[in-house]
Design a protein around this ligand. Structure first.
Ligand code: NAD
Length: 502
């Protein structure tokens, strides 16, 4: 059980990156603590309003020159960034494990997904093309061009500190915009590393800025007249009531990707070995701190008698609990570990509070994550083990609210129709999975379920970088989604030119 070498040996003193310079903030400083070891690994500034204004000013000044830079030249910077990220792949992955707690394999997966965003954005000369038509009337031609808008603000969540800001930043910059990025102050280190590599890749000063902090920075971005649009990923109350509302008031474009409560349906014909394996990573991967994690498991008795449904239910639940209880917990830098801690003690206490709430409301606890063993000699302050409840009903808090921890609620539905209705009783609509061998059931599910991301025999329905990513209902606020072609549209304005020559 060797623990891999930690890339951060001494606490880092993080700075803002504004106009190509690493600058000290006047704001207070906050500790960034490795949740597995309890050690401080960095201090991060909570920047002031003046500092966010300086960054926006720098981004605004850099915009005209960057916009004039040919798309191919912009893409070459991103090719270099991609190359540098590959060279630092293991280092940035280990940093994520240290700042967030996830296992090294989960971090490597996150790094790969982040790099893919940069790869797709290098296709910008083709992706950004407009279209035209000759002779819309005799001798008159018309065409559409796509143009960048200016400065975009990017606000990241804590759960994917490396990847999520890359859902936006490479596309924004490739299209000729400039950015001011605020990483989550809980785990901001990997974004600092990316900005260092962006600088090395030749992205000019002022194009890619980082301002650390919290609400002051966010409200500074929302209110700033020179920010054209905001990309936010985080919880629904902040996304809907702060970000989306204020962007409406100030006339900014917005992508607000928010909270989730996702369902997985197991149909009687599902391949159970594969289903249980997929469920383990979906429910418990990243310690349940994924917007695409499944949280409610519905065992569906479509076509079965009540007795057969009960037997099928018992079989699935037994296998689910048995697999969950084999999950190895410890420090994510030990590569035999399957699950790391939650991001911090407050999050651990919050998840434990939900377990207590589930018991109070009458659910039955089959596997209690408050009791666990760690495979490494580390403090147990931020850990919660895999937790499984049954006899959960949809009026219970644990079935309705986003717990964002490794807690599964198991339910039954007599039919697929009833299971889909259950999904629709929850205000969120981020993702849903079905496990079945029936194309008919899968199609019915895909056709009817109001969620932005559908998994068919897939537990984590995460779109690749060249497909759009967004939810429905309370999981998404905005029109265009992140990633792929929708991101290109979000970060550009279309202009129509109609021309005739005499
Ligand atoms: P959060 O809402 O607490 O914070 C997100 C960002 O907003 C952070 O940068 C934070 O500093 C800032 N912020 C927090 N409170 C604020 C306030 N009152 N005013 C202004 N800014 C504020 O979310 P989190 O805990 O960092 O992330 C977890 C959440 O993100 C979960 O709800 C999860 O489902 C969601 N998430 C969604 C997706 C998706 O694709 N839909 C992806 C990842 C995470």
């Amino acid at each position: 059980m060797a623990i891999l070498e930690e890339p951060i040996k001494e606490p880092l003193h993080l700075k803002n990156y504004i106009d190509g310079e690493w600058v000290e903030s006047e704001g207070e400083r906050k500790d960034v603590v490795n949740p597995a070891t309890g050690k401080v690994i960095a201090t991060v500034p909570i920047s002031t309003e003046d500092e966010i204004n300086e960054a926006v000013e720098a981004a605004k000044e850099a915009f005209p020159e960057w916009r004039r830079t040919p798309p191919l030249a912009r893409a070459r910077c991103l090719f270099r960034l991609k190359q540098l990220l590959e060279e630092h792949f293991e280092e940035v992955s280990r940093i994520q494990t240290m700042e967030h707690g996830k296992t090294i394999d989960e971090s490597r997966g996150e790094t790969r997904r982040g790099i893919e965003m940069v790869e797709v954005a290098t296709g910008i000369p083709s992706l950004m093309m407009g279209y035209n038509l000759e002779d819309i009337a005799t001798g008159i031609d018309e065409y559409v061009i796509r143009q960048p808008l200016g400065v975009f603000g990017i606000i990241g969540p804590f759960n994917f500190p490396f990847m999520v800001p890359l859902w936006f930043a490479p596309f924004a910059v490739a299209t000729g915009n400039t950015i001011v990025l605020k990483p989550s102050s809980e785990d901001p280190i990997s974004q600092v590393k990316i900005a260092e590599l962006a600088e090395e890749a030749g992205i000019p000063p002022g194009v890619w800025n980082i301002v650390h902090g919290g609400r002051t920075v966010v409200s500074g971005m929302l209110d700033h007249p020179d920010i054209e649009g905001i990309c936010f990923v985080g919880s629904t109350p902040v996304g809907r009531d702060v970000i989306y509302r204020r962007c409406g008031e100030t006339g900014k474009r917005v992508i607000a990707m928010c909270g989730a409560k996702n369902f997985a349906l197991v149909m009687p014909d599902a391949d159970l070995d594969r289903t249980i394996a997929a469920c383990m990573t979906s429910f418990f991967g990243n310690a349940g701190q994924r917007c695409l994690a499944n949280a409610n498991l519905v065992i569906v008795g479509e076509g079965l008698s009540e007795q057969e449904h009960e037997e099928f239910y018992q079989e699935v639940v037994e296998r689910f609990v048995a697999s969950a209880s084999r999950i190895r917990m410890g420090y994510g830098l030990d590569d035999t570990v399957h699950m790391g801690p939650l991001r911090d003690k407050k999050k651990r206490d919050r998840v434990v509070g939900y377990i207590e709430k589930g018991l109070e409301e009458g659910a039955t606890l089959l596997l209690d994550g408050r009791q666990f063993e760690l495979v490494n000699d580390i403090p147990d302050t931020c850990f919660v083990g895999p937790t499984v409840f049954e006899n959960v009903t949809l009026d219970m808090t644990i079935a309705r609210e986003e717990i964002f921890g490794p807690v599964a609620s198991v339910m039954k539905a007599r039919s697929l129709k009833e299971a889909i209705e259950m999904i629709h009783q929850i205000p969120y609509g981020n993702a849903a999975s079905i496990f079945t061998n029936s194309g008919k059931w899968a199609r019915e599910f895909q056709y009817n379920v109001q969620c932005g991301n559908i998994g068919i025999n897939v537990g984590i329905a995460a779109p690749m970088a060249f497909f759009p990513f967004g939810g429905m209902k309370d999981s998404f606020f905005g029109v265009l989604h992140g990633q792929g072609r929708e991101a290109i549209r979000f970060f550009t304005e279309s202009k129509v030119v109609i021309q005739r020559w005499f």
